[in-house]
Design a binder for this molecule. Structure first.
Ligand code: MD3
Ligand code: FE
Length: 174
């Protein structure tokens, strides 16, 4: 993951930094800057392509995604300390028939899922190391977020924290 080039993106317009560090693997990486959110084939700071998608991740997608096309992006989020992710939808992908598959590693997280509207009621779950979440079909556009990480709840990651790997298909397939 070192080559994935950790960056702490900033939010569109405000330039407010995220508390999560991000990196990408695969053909396309998800990035956020003052101009907006988008998928880009190269790292914004270095201009270099993202590292290739590891075969092990393609295999997990093949086994669990139930999708006719391979993923193009693995967004890697690193949560340390008080990092969190506000309630949002994943809607920058152009292929909404494909699910989003998320793998959790390291410290446990309090995960919140709502409905298709921001104001819908939410439910909370704990995500533990090794958990895989598949959001497809009617769940693909549900609002979701990470309220907090439970510190030192795993020893998997050197230095502590939580890694979330999110596999996504971005471009339409036939
Ligand atoms: C529910 N990541 O990168 S993963 C993200 O743990 C993101 O880092 C969180 O939300 C994390 O966009 C949550 C679980 C997840 C991923 C995608 C979803 C839940 C989802 C898409 C729709 C609904
Ligand atoms: Fe998300």
């Amino acid at each position: 993951m070192e080559e994935a080039g950790w960056l702490r993106p900033v939010m569109p317009r405000t330039g407010q930094p995220y508390s999560v560090m991000m990196g990408n693997l695969g053909e396309l990486g998800w990035i956020s800057d003052r101009a907006g959110y988008r998928y880009a084939p190269v790292h914004p700071a270095t201009g270099q392509p993202w590292p290739a998608m590891p075969p092990a991740l393609l295999e997990i997608w093949r086994d669990l995604a139930n999708c006719a096309a391979p993923p193009e992006c693995c967004l890697v989020n690193l949560y340390r300390g008080n990092a969190r992710m506000g309630l949002h939808q994943d809607r920058d992908e152009r292929e909404m028939r494909a699910p989003v598959l998320s793998l959790s590693l390291g410290d446990r997280a309090l995960f919140r899922v709502g409905g298709l509207e921001r104001r819908d009621p939410t439910r909370s779950f704990t995500l533990s190391s090794g958990d895989v979440v598949r959001m497809g079909g009617g769940a693909r556009l549900m609002f979701h977020g990470i309220d907090r990480i439970i510190p030192a709840s795993s020893t998997l990651i050197p230095g502590g924290g939580r890694l979330n790997l999110t596999l996504r298909r971005v471009t339409p397939y036939p």
